[in-house]
Write a protein of this length. Sequence first.
Length: 159
Amino acid sequence: MSNSSTCYPKSKVITTFVVLVGANILIWTWAWIAFADRPTLLGTALLAYIFGLRHAFDPDHIAAIDNVVRKLMQDSKPPFLSGFFFALGHSSIVVIASVAISGTALTIQPNDLSEINLVRTAVSALFLYCEAYGMLSCAPGGVNSLPKAISIRGPRLAH
């Protein structure tokens, strides 16, 4: 029992997969040609690609896409390609941030770094302390449990 309404989404899925596979083949062909004499950059591109694929299946991404799909289906709207557009928007932010960071790095002269070394170290340390405080706040008992955890940890290491 095959009518046109059930075949239409299958053709959209097949078309989407063909376009995505074709785009990946074109991009990796370009990367192979562009980085032929620089294998380190080709390896870095492959590593970034694999990390990107792994990152795509993070639970917060799956939940966000699932939430959008459920809302679209509830409103009787087609949810087709909602994950694709989520990925497109997410990756465009990553590309914009990468371009901004690399552009900033190109404008900094090596002799300028000696003046901002202390600031850079202080900002990094502040970020790490804030992150540690945030993680401790989420722990059972919060920040107040830290002295107890330190005193308990000592004897366990001795055994």
